[in-house]
Design a protein around this ligand. Structure first.
Ligand code: ADP
Length: 522
C-alpha cells in the first residue's frame, strides 16, 4: 500500500504529480533546491525537503539525497516525473535496493530502451519496424562513412544515449561525415557522459507520431492512441495534439499493435511512450521509447478520458489499471477511440523573436486562461523568479474541442486571455501558429518550423493580445509605485510543516478545515 510519495522533480510536473497523489488520497512530499524554496510545488505538497544548491547536480540529480529524503520523510514510493532522473536505471535500482517503489518501469526496461542501439535490436527482434541504420555503435568516422554509404545519404548521426534532441547531426554527403561525427560525439559526451554514436537513414519530412502505452502487473498492455508532435524546434517539441490528422483508424490499430509489442518485448510496466516517424508514403518506423510520463501526456488524457498519472500510482501499488471503456479494449487487443481533439502549447521562458533565447527574471504578473475546455498545467506563479538553472518550461496550456477546428479556435481564445508580464515567453509564437493556414490544414511535418518559421514569426501581432499585455504591464508598474512588490508567496518555512501536514490529511479524509473539505461549497 502506498500512502506517501516523494515527488523527485520540480515545476509543472511536480505540481501535476502532487495533484494526482491528492486525488488518490496519497500524501506527497516535495523536494526543492534553494532558489525553489517558494515554488508552487513546495507549497502544494504535504511536506518538503531541501536538497541543496541550485545546480541540478547538487539537488534534483543527487540520487543519494533523494533516497535519504524519501526514507526520512516516511515515503514508500518515488515519482520521478520527466527529465532529471526519470530515465536513469541507476535511480530505479537505488530505489529498489532500499525498498522504495520506483513509479516507473523496472530498471532493466529503462536500461534496454535508454541505449538506442540496444532498443533498435530489441524492436527488430519483436517485429517492430525501425529506421534503417546500424545495430551497434560506430567505432570511428571511417566506419561511419562506410555505413552511411550503405544506407544512402542523407543520414542522421545520433547519440546512443541520446535524449532532448542532443548529440544529433544531419549529414548530407560523405565530405560532412568527419565533422558531423566529431560534433555529435562532443555534444553527446557533454550531455550524457557517453560519446557513442550510431547512424540511421534520415527520413525526408516525416511526422513525429507517438503512441501512449500503459502496462500493469496483471498482464495488460494497452495503447491509448497517438500524439502528433511534429511542431518542433531543434528536435524539441513545441505543440502537440491528439489525434493526428494523418492517422486513420486502420493506421492507429497498426501503430497500437507495434507499440504494445514494443512494450511487451522489454517487460514494460507503467506509462510509457513509443515514438515513431511516419513517412509521407504512410510507413512508420520506431524511433525510441520514453520510459516515463511525457510532457505532452495531457492531450491523451483529454481525448481518452484517462488520468495517466493516477494510473501510474495505481499500477505502482500493484493494482490493475482502471481505464474507462477498457473492458472493450481488454487484453485481447481491442482499440480505444479518441473523443474530440486536444492541443497543447508549451509556454516556455524563451524569446521567439530572438531565436528562442532562454529568458530569466521575475514573473511579475500572471493571468491564467480558463473557461470551457481549457486546462492549465502550471509550475509558476506571479512573484516567482525564473532562473536559467532549469528547463524553460513554465506551464502547458491544453485545450479540448469537439473537432480540431474548434480546438484551434479555443486555443487562440485561451492564448489571448493569457497574460504574462516580466519575461518573454513563447505565447505570441503559439498564437501565430494557430493563425497559420498550413497548421490549420494539418499540413505539418518535423520541418514545419524551418519552412514556416520566418513567415509565422513575421506575422503581425494580434491587437487584442498586445493591448492585454500593455494593460497588465501598466497595472504591475502601478502596484510597484504604491507599495513594495506584491509578496504573493507565503513566508511559511519551506521545511516540512506539521500544521500543513495535519490540515492536508484532514482534507484528504474529507474532514473540516482543509481545502478538500466542503466549506463554502454548499
Ligand atoms: P531524442 O531522444 O534526442 O529526443 P529522437 O530519436 O527522439 O531523439 O529524435 C528527436 C527528433 O529528431 C525526432 O522527433 C525527429 O524530428 C528528428 N529525427 C530523429 N531521427 C531522425 C531521422 N532518422 N530522420 C529524420 N528526423 C529524425
Amino acid at each position: 500500500m502506498i500512502t506517501r510519495v516523494l515527488v523527485a522533480n520540480r515545476g509543472e510536473i511536480a505540481v501535476r504529480v502532487i495533484r494526482a497523489c491528492h486525488e488518490e488520497g496519497i500524501a506527497a512530499v516535495a523536494v526543492y533546491s534553494e532558489p525553489d524554496r517558494l515554488a508552487p510545488h513546495v507549497r502544494d505538497a504535504d511536506a518538503a525537503v531541501l536538497l541543496g544548491a541550485a545546480p541540478a547536480a547538487e539537488s534534483y540529480l543527487d540520487i543519494k539525497k533523494l533516497i535519504t529524503a524519501a526514507k526520512e520523510s516516511g515515503c514508500q514510493a518515488v515519482h520521478p516525473g520527466y527529465g532529471f532522473l526519470s530515465e536513469r536505471a541507476a535511480f530505479a535500482q537505488a530505489c529498489d535496493e532500499v525498498g522504495l517503489v520506483f513509479i516507473g518501469p523496472p530498471a532493466q526496461a529503462i536500461r534496454a530502451m535508454g541505449d538506442k542501439t540496444e532498443a533498435r535490436r530489441r524492436m527488430q527482434a519483436a517485429g517492430v519496424p525501425v529506421v534503417p541504420g546500424t545495430a551497434a555503435p560506430l567505432r570511428d568516422p571511417v566506419e561511419a562513412r562506410r555505413e552511411a554509404k550503405r544506407i544512402g545519404y542523407p543520414v542522421m548521426l545520433k547519440a546512443v544515449a541520446g535524449g532532448g534532441g542532443k548529440g544529433m547531426r544531419l549529414v548530407g554527403a560523405e565530405s560532412e561525415v568527419e565533422a558531423g561525427f566529431q560534433a555529435a560525439r562532443r555534444e553527446a559526451l557533454k550531455a550524457f557522459g557517453d560519446g557513442s554514436i550510431y547512424v540511421e537513414k534520415y527520413l525526408e519530412r516525416p511526422r513525429h507520431i507517438e503512441i501512449q502505452v500503459l502496462a500493469d502487473r496483471h498482464g495488460r498492455v494497452i495503447a491509448l492512441g497517438e500524439r502528433e508532435c511534429s511542431i518542433q524546434r531543434r528536435h524539441q517539441k513545441l505543440i502537440e495534439e491528439s489525434p493526428s490528422v494523418a492517422v486513420s483508424p486502420a493506421l492507429r490499430r497498426r501503430l497500437a499493435e507495434a507499440a504494445t509489442a514494443a512494450a511487451g518485448a522489454v517487460g514494460y510496466v507503467g506509462a510509457g511512450t513509443i515514438e515513431f516517424l511516419l513517412t509521407r508514403s504512410g510507413e512508420f518506423y520506431f524511433l525510441e521509447m520514453n520510459t516515463r510520463i511525457q510532457v505532452e501526456h495531457p492531450v491523451t488524457e483529454l481525448v481518452y478520458g484517462v488520468d495517466l498519472v493516477r494510473e501510474q500510482l495505481r499500477i505502482a501499488a500493484g493494482q490493475p489499471m482502471r481505464v474507462h471503456g477498457a473492458a472493450a479494449a481488454g487484453g485481447g487487443g481491442g482499440v480505444l477511440h479518441p473523443r474530440g481533439h486536444a492541443i497543447e502549447c508549451r509556454i516556455t521562458a524563451e524569446d521567439p523573436l530572438n531565436d528562442f533565447l532562454p529568458a530569466s527574471g521575475v514573473l511579475q504578473y500572471l493571468r491564467v486562461p480558463s473557461g470551457p475546455g481549457v486546462r492549465w498545467d502550471g509550475g509558476v506563479e506571479a512573484g516567482q523568479e525564473v532562473t536559467l538553472f532549469y528547463d524553460p518550461l513554465l506551464a502547458k496550456l491544453i485545450v479540448w474541442g469537439e473537432t480540431r477546428e474548434v480546438a484551434i479556435q479555443r486555443m487562440r481564445r485561451a492564448l489571448s486571455e493569457l497574460v504574462i508580464v516580466g519575461l518573454p515567453t513563447s505565447q505570441a509564437f503559439h498564437l501565430r501558429v494557430m493563425d497559420d493556414p498550413d497548421f490549420q490544414k494539418g499540413a505539418v511535418d518535423i520541418t514545419y518550423l524551418e519552412r514556416a518559421g520566418a513567415r509565422v514569426l513575421a506575422a503581425t501581432p494580434r491587437p487584442g493580445l498586445e493591448r492585454a499585455l500593455a494593460v497588465a504591464a501598466a497595472l504591475v508598474a502601478d502596484e510597484h509605485r504604491d507599495r513594495p512588490p506584491p509578496r504573493l508567496l507565503t513566508d511559511r518555512p519551506p521545511q516540512s510543516s506539521p500544521w500543513i501536514t495535519t490540515s492536508r490529511q484532514e482534507a484528504l479524509r474529507g474532514g473540516r478545515g482543509g481545502r478538500g473539505g466542503r466549506d463554502g461549497l454548499e
